[in-house]
Design a protein around this ligand. Structure first.
Ligand code: PLP
Length: 411
């Protein structure tokens, strides 16, 4: 069946969905029923190559046998008990993340926004209650994205996410991403922490200039500030390293994770040093579901498979292949600008006066390829980390066809 024709079952489901969903969501009229590896099938059996991976979530792809088995086994054994008690998978996941990263201690929530909420809260509390300093301001960056809780939108440097929600949480300053001098100029005796993504995802796959993260670390050390990296999108192998900060060898004081960590099972994490962890004493912060045995077992399995199958290295190699292909499209097709990213978090920037990127996304979808948009002018590619060369080449071929079709239509 030609995927460009909307299937009757998907259309019927869309009609039902649009009646009952709050209008913040308006999903494409495409309903998926199952997946395998990088492939998804709709309720009507149409197949799609998934270069969205649930927005950089499904690190192991879909229907991964070991992940499914671990989740099933854990569900039969124990789903949840609360953080009033312990479980083996829960403790083991704390230990695993400590072993993999700069961190000494870990807190679990259920999403990226919650992980960031915990990061911001522990940073403020640490400054006030441990250091005894009235430092409560955060320096964040323009074009950033940190999630949708009130503190997370306040940290997010994109006004479109603030509209109608003000007054925002006070104490957030935004400076241009990649600009160390701008950060330095904003530091005052009220500054608590610098809060950035080591590569901006939603903002448009923006890789900071070399030395930026090291420069932020130096500023923090010089002024006694905390450095917080939001690795919700970049963490867990996505950029070709376990964590993106490893590219520059610059460790933060606090880091947040979510998306890829559970491979599709919701989980968020806030990791910090022993010193910063003193900002939370018993009862200071909590989450009912955070780190429950189901989510922890899923995350442990994801981490185990990434390590065993060397998926960080695969992300690096295949990411380079994807970017080389995107750059080649840029040389061939007028209006394609920069191909950029790290590992398998890639973007193709287009000149929006020449190429309608939403139309390209739709054209790709009609040809069986799922991609997402990021920033104002970028088409984003965040496939599962388990893909092979053939999938990259196939995606590039569909993208090329889609770009040419959209350009022809516009001409
Ligand atoms: C860097 C970053 N931080 C935070 C979030 C928010 O995560 P969640 O939607 O799980 O709350 C996202 C989501 O896209 C993100 O990319």
């Amino acid at each position: 069946m030609n995927p460009s024709q909307m299937s009757p079952s998907s259309a019927a489901l869309a009609e039902r969905a649009y009646r009952v969903m709050t209008p913040n969501y308006r999903p494409a009229p495409l309903a998926f029923a199952r997946g395998e590896g990088p492939w998804l099938w709709t309720v009507d059996g149409q197949r799609y190559l998934d270069f969205a991976a649930g927005i950089a979530v499904c690190a192991l792809g879909h229907g991964h046998a070991e992940l499914a088995e671990a989740i099933g086994e854990q569900a039969r054994a124990l789903l949840h008990v609360s953080n009033l008690w312990m479980t083996e998978p829960g403790v083991a996941l704390h230990e695993r993340l400590v072993a993999l990263s700069f961190a000494d201690r870990v807190y679990f929530g259920n999403s990226g926004a919650e992980a960031n909420e915990a990061a911001l809260k522990i940073a403020r509390r640490y400054m006030r209650l441990v250091r005894g300093e009235d430092r409560f301001e955060f320096i964040a960056t323009t074009h950033s994205f940190h999630g949708r809780t009130w503190a997370a939108i306040s940290a997010t440097g994109q006004p479109k996410y603030h509209k109608g929600f003000d007054p925002l949480v006070p104490g957030f300053h935004h400076v241009p991403y990649g600009d160390l001098a701008a950060v330095e100029a904003k530091i005052s005796d009220k500054t608590c922490a610098i809060f950035v993504e080591p590569l901006q995802g939603e903002g448009g796959i923006i890789v900071p200039p070399a030395g930026y993260l090291a420069g932020l670390r130096a500023l923090c050390d010089q002024h006694g500030l905390l450095l917080i990296f939001d690795e919700v999108q970049t963490g867990v192998g996505r950029t070709g390293r376990w964590f993106a900060y490893e590219h520059e060898g610059v460790a933060p004081d606090i880091m947040t994770l979510a998306k890829g960590l559970g491979g599709g099972v919701p989980i968020g994490a806030m990791l910090c040093t022993e010193e910063v962890s003193k900002g939370f004493e018993p009862g200071a912060h909590a989450s009912t579901f955070g780190g429950n045995p189901l989510a922890s077992r899923a995350a442990l399995t994801v981490l185990q498979v990434i390590e065993r199958d060397d998926l960080c290295a695969r992300a690096e190699t295949l990411g380079a292949r994807l970017r080389a292909g995107l750059a080649a499209l840029g040389r061939e097709i007028d209006g394609c600008l920069e191909a950029r990213g790290l590992g398998l978090l890639c973007g193709l920037q287009v000149d929006t006066t020449k190429i309608d990127r939403a139309a390209v996304k739709d054209a790709a979808q009609a040809r069986g390829l799922l991609v997402t948009l990021a920033g104002e002018d970028v088409i984003r590619f965040s496939p599962p980390l388990i893909i092979g060369e053939a999938h990259v080449d196939q995606a590039l071929a569909i993208l090329r066809e889609s770009l040419l079709a959209v350009k022809k239509e516009a001409a």
